[in-house]
Each structure stands twice: as C-alpha cells, then as structure tokens.
Write a protein that binds this ligand. Structure first.
Ligand code: FAD
Length: 420
C-alpha cells in the first residue's frame, strides 16, 4: 500500500516537500488555507541565494547595536510594544551569534545552501518554469566606505572558505556597469552564480502544478484542525476530513500555531519585511541590494519591487509603513522610479529560529508528525534542498545531507523543549 502524507502549508517549503514525497511514492495531500505561494514565498526578494553561505547573525559590534537600538538605520528596526515579548528569543539569537557558535551554525547552513541551485534546477526543469528564472546573479551595493570594506572582506572570506564566486566593483566600475544608478555608491560586490525570479509566487505555483500534474491533491483547509485521534493524522478541509499516516508541518511563520498547541517550546520568532512595486521603465543588469540601507531593487513582473530589511515585531501586530517608506525614499534616490503599483505595501514574516537553522525532522513526542520550517531569510532559496532532505528521511532513505544540525531535539533549556 502507498505511504501517505498530509503536507500542511503551500509555500516554497511545503510545495517542494509535497513534490519530493510524491517522487518517493507517497500519496500526498497538500493542505493550504489560500492558494500556493501567496504568503511569504510570494513577497520576498526572489533571489535564489547560492552566495548566502552564512545566515544573518545578530550584531555583536557595539556601533551597530546602538544604531539598531536607536532605530537610526532603515535596515533593521523593531516595534517597541513587542520588545518585551521578543526579548527571550532575541537574547537566544544574540547568544547563538557569538563567533564560536556562529561558525558551527554556519557550517550547518552552508551544507544546505550548497545544494540550493541544483535542487531548484531539478524542479525548474521538471515544471518548465525556466521563463521565470534569470541566471546572472545580483549585486550588493554600498553607500559607506566601511560598508564596502566589510562587504569586500566578506566576499573574499566566502571565496576562501566556501569557494563562492564574486567580483568586487569599485565605485566607478559599478557606475559604468549600471548606468541607471543616479547616485554614486562607494562600491559593490557582484555575485554571479545566484538566480533571480521575476515572480516568486508564480514559481511556487508552477511547482504546485508539477505536484498536481503528478497526481497530488491540493485542498483548502485549516491546518490548526490537525488531530491524531485515529492513529494517523487528520485535518478538516472544505472537502471534509482528510487523513494520512504522516503529516508535515511546513507552515513557515505559522508553524508555531501547531507546535505550541502540541506543547513544543521551540525558540521561534519572525522578522517582518515589506515590499511595494513601482512603475519603472529603466533597466538594471542585475537585481541590487543596498546593504547599508537594507533596501533591495528588484526588476520583477509587476514593476520594480522594492523590499525592506528586518522588522522585529510579533507576527500578527499591525503593520508599520515607516520602513517601506524609508526604502522607497532611498530607492528614489538611486533610480528614477514612478508611482506605486499597489495602494498599500505588502507585509510578510520571515520564519526564524533562534539558532538560525531550520527545524527538520520527526516530532520527538508525536509519531508520524514531521517538522519542516524556520528557513528565515533564505526559505525561497532553500525550500527544494531541505524538502529533499525531509522527504528522504521520511522515506527511510539515506539522507543526502547530514540531518543532525536541523534535528528538532536540539533545543533543551534545562527543561525539555518538547512534551514527554
Ligand atoms: C521582504 C522579504 C524578502 C525575502 N527575500 C528572500 C530572498 O530573496 N531569497 C530567499 O531565499 N528568501 C527570502 N525571504 C525569505 C522567504 O520568503 C521565506 O523564508 C520563505 O518564503 C518561507 O517559506 P515557507 O514555505 O516556509 O512559508 P510561507 O511561504 O509563508 O508558506 C506558509 C504557508 O502556510 C499557509 N498557512 C498558514 N497557516 C495556515 C493554516 N492554518 N492552514 C493552512 N495553511 C496555512 C500560508 O497560507 C502559506 O501559504 C524573504 C522574506 C521577506 C519577508
């Protein structure tokens, strides 16, 4: 008899998981409350970031910490009213960002990133989504001398340690290669190997179509109705209850809705982010991210998508448009963009874990329940790579990457992080 699974959540992570399980002979139903790829996997910067071999650390240098604390920059901000609630998670994030721990965590992160392009390639080819994907990399640009010096040093470090290709561009070379830039920058780092996607939500939809064309089913339902009264796992959907032997929680920033109700105390939080499209008939040779200012300039199907850096806030707190308005102002300094396409900006939440690694593995206290979430800044990049890992483990195959760094049982704080 075919093995069966419910995949909860139809973002990049869930859809990729559903396809990989299907490839291994599972009978899979994907449960989504909306359509696939309409949430975080829709609104991101659309970069498949082969260069992102280290996750985003919590700053340890005093100057940066002060800048964030005083909310002086546009790249990182926070919602004052939520700080107390977020403090334990942020403290843990800070602790994990100390150089020694961060070096170990980065090894686990790089092991996944290494396969990000090859695993997307496989799904892009199978789904015929090549028209949505541009090869040719992206360019990191800097507005301060210090930012450029640090960025160039990091690029050299990535080349030495991980073999990541880059080209360091001085101010004049950058200006020549991107004539649309209206403002002089101090320099740039061009990363040639990553991909960029012109419509991130559409790529997820293509992967979802690939899954349904292979016989998979997508149903509308609320994952929070998950129960295991019958031995397997059941969710209530618009088509009635749907059951399977196993269930995978791939709900991105909503994963905590399930894990908390089952008694797991994972150190999850979100970093919110915003985007807005602008009319623009200019040309950039590659997408750009102004790292010092935390603003990305992304030519996409709906116009020039401008995104923000991170906002520390509770997931469901009301949006604050300050950061995206800051990004818009900075974008206008750099490019001759026109009016906004949407009436209001988009907001989404990066699903973060305090040790910067996703959680992938079977739930310690619930047989047949699997966790697959917490991809933070790089879930669009990593979805297919971690989905393969998750599906291989569920199928009892030898995993292609050592799964140990991502195991759900790694969190212990004196008391266990999971129910016994
Ligand atoms: C501004 C911004 C820029 C970013 N840029 C990049 C980038 O360039 N590259 C990159 O790799 N990553 C980027 N990211 C991060 C990336 O977008 C996320 O890590 C990734 O999309 C997470 O995917 P996911 O499938 O885990 O979550 P999601 O895409 O959020 O999917 C979760 C799904 O679960 C569904 N769901 C939620 N609750 C329920 C429920 N109760 N019942 C049923 N379904 C439910 C939702 O509808 C949603 O479809 C960016 C993020 C932001 C915010």
């Amino acid at each position: 008899m075919a093995r069966s699974a419910l995949v909860l959540g139809g973002g990049m992570v869930g859809v990729s998981t559903a396809w990989h399980l299907q490839q291994r002979g599972f009978d899979v139903v994907l449960v989504e409350r909306r359509e696939p790829g309409r949430e975080t996997s829709y609104g991101n910067a659309g970069l498949i970031q082969r260069e992102a071999v280290e996750p985003y650390a919590f700053p340890h240098d005093l100057q940066k910490l002060m800048q964030v604390a005083l909310r002086q920059g546009n790249d990182v901000t926070y919602r004052l009213a939520d700080l107390l609630a977020l403090a334990p998670r942020l403290a843990e994030y800070w602790w994990n960002s100390s150089p020694r721990r961060y070096a170990r965590i980065s090894r686990g992160f790089e092991a996944l990133i290494r396969y990000s392009l090859s695993e997307h390639d496989r799904m892009i080819d199978a789904s015929g989504a090549g028209d949505l994907v541009r090869h040719g990399g992206w360019t990191q640009i800097f507005r301060t001398e210090k930012g450029f010096a640090d960025g160039a040093a990091k690029a050299r470090h990535f080349a030495r340690e991980f073999g990541v290709e880059s080209r360091i561009l001085d101010s004049a070379t950058l200006a020549r290669s991107e004539p649309a830039l209206r403002r002089a920058m101090t320099g740039g780092v061009y990363w040639p190997t990553p991909y960029s996607v012109t419509d991130p939500g559409a790529l997820v939809q293509r992967y979802a179509d690939l899954f349904t064309s292979g016989g998979g089913r997508i149903v509308h339902g609320d994952a929070r109705t998950l129960s295991n009264l019958t031995g397997g796992w059941t969710v209530q959907t618009k088509d009635g209850p749907v059951s399977a032997e196993r269930a995978v929680v791939a709900l991105g920033p909503w994963s905590s809705d399930i894990t908390q109700s089952l008694g797991y105390r994972f150190p999850l939080f979100v970093k919110r982010g915003y985007h807005r499209h602008f009319k623009w008939d200019g040309k950039l040779n590659t997408p750009m991210i102004d790292t010092d200012a935390g603003v990305a300039l992304l030519p996409m199907a709906r116009g020039l998508r401008v995104t923000t850096g991170a906002e520390f806030a509770l997931r469901d707190a009301p949006p604050s448009w300050k950061q995206i308005l800051g990004s818009e102002r900075l974008a206008r300094e750099m490019l001759d963009i026109g009016e906004a396409v949407e009436a209001t900006p988009w907001m989404g939440s990066r699903p973060c874990v305090a040790d910067m690694l996703p959680i992938i593995g079977e739930a310690p206290a619930h047989t047949g329940l699997w966790f697959h979430f917490g991809h933070a800044h790089q879930g669009f990049t990593l979805g297919p790579a971690t989905a393969r890992l998750c599906a291989e483990m569920m199928a009892g195959e030898t995993p292609y990457i050592d799964p140990l760094p991502y195991r759900p049982t790694r969190f212990r704080y004196g008391r266990r992080a999971f129910p016994v």
